[in-house]
Ligand binder design. Structure first.
Ligand code: AP5
Length: 221
C-alpha cells in the first residue's frame, strides 16, 4: 500500500508543478481537484455547471459538492495506489472527510508538504501561467516557456489562460485561501504531519527541498 501525501499552498504557489514531479519521484497517483472540476466543466456535466460560477468568481466550491466528487474519484483508484492530493482538502471539513474516508480503507495521510509563497509573488506566477487544455501541462511565459510560443510541448495543443487567472479573481482566490484553507496548516501541524517548504525559490530548488523534507518526514533518510 502506497503512502498518501497532501500538498498545500496558496493559489499559484506551484502545487501542480511540484505535484507532477513528486508523484513521479515517489510513484504516487496525482489527483488535482481543480483539474477534476475543469474536466467536468469541459464535459458540461451538472457538477461542472454548478462549480463554474464559484470557480470564475474565485470562491471555493461548497463542501457538499466537492467532497463527494473527490472521494468518489479516490475510491475509484483502488487500494494499491499511493496518492498525492493537490487542491483537496481546502477546508477543515474537507480534511475531516478525507481522514474518515482513508481510515475506512485502512489508510491515512502520511505527510503534508506546504509551499510558502508570499502574496506579492502570486500575481506574477498566475497571470503568466499558460495551460494545456488537453493534458493539463503547466507553463509560464517567463519562467517555464514552451519550446514554441503558445503550443504544448507534449501534444502540440494550443495553450490557454484559465478564466480565473485574472488579477481581480486572483485577489478573491487569495482571500478564500487565507480565510478557509490556511487554517489547515494548524490542523496538520497538530497531527505532526506538516512539512513547510520555501516555495519562492526556482522550481528545481523547490523540488529538491520538497523531496528532502518528505523523505525525512517519512523516515526515508
Ligand atoms: P485549483 O485548480 O486547485 O487552483 P489553485 O489552488 O488556485 O492553484 P493553482 O492551480 O492556481 O496553482 P498551483 O499552486 O497548482 O500553481 P502552478 O503549479 O500551476 O482550483 C481552482 C478553483 O477550483 C478554486 O478557486 C475553486 O473554485 C475550485 N476548487 C478546486 N478544489 C477545490 C476544493 N477542494 N474545494 C473547493 N473548491 C475547489 O504554478 C503557477 C504558475 O507559476 C505556473 O505558470 C508555473 O509554471 C509557475 N511556477 C510554479 N513554480 C514556480 C517557481 N518555483 N518559480 C517560478 N515560477 C513557478
Amino acid at each position: 500500500m502506497g503512502m498518501n501525501l497532501v500538498i498545500l499552498g496558496p493559489p499559484g504557489a506551484g502545487k501542480g508543478t511540484q505535484a507532477v514531479r513528486l508523484a513521479q519521484a515517489f510513484s504516487l497517483r496525482h489527483l488535482s481537484s481543480g483539474d477534476l472540476l475543469r474536466a467536468e466543466r469541459a464535459r458540461g456535466s451538472e457538477l461542472g455547471k454548478k462549480a463554474a460560477e464559484y470557480m470564475d468568481a474565485g470562491k471555493l466550491v461548497p463542501d457538499e459538492i466537492i467532497i463527494g466528487a473527490v472521494l468518489a474519484q479516490l475510491s475509484s483508484l483502488g487500494d494499491k495506489a499511493g496518492l498525492l492530493l493537490d487542491g483537496f482538502p481546502r477546508t477543515v471539513a474537507q480534511a475531516e472527510s478525507l481522514d474518515k474516508a482513508l481510515a475506512e480503507a485502512g489508510k491515512r495521510v502520511d505527510a503534508v508538504p506546504a509551499l510558502a509563497v508570499p502574496d506579492e509573488m502570486i500575481l506574477d506566477r498566475i497571470t503568466g501561467r499558460r495551460t494545456c487544455p488537453r493534458c493539463n501541462a503547466v507553463y509560464h511565459v517567463k519562467t517555464l516557456p514552451p519550446a514554441q510560443e503558445g503550443i504544448c510541448d507534449a501534444d502540440g495543443t494550443a495553450l490557454v489562460q484559465r478564466p480565473d487567472d485574472t488579477a481581480e479573481v486572483v485577489k478573491q482566490r487569495l482571500d478564500a485561501y487565507h480565510r478557509q484553507t490556511a487554517p489547515l496548516e494548524a490542523y496538520y501541524r497538530k497531527k505532526g504531519l506538516l512539512v513547510e517548504v520555501d516555495g519562492s525559490l526556482e522550481m528545481d530548488a523547490v523540488f529538491r527541498a520538497l523531496s528532502k523534507a518528505v523523505r525525512r518526514r517519512l523516515g526515508m533518510e
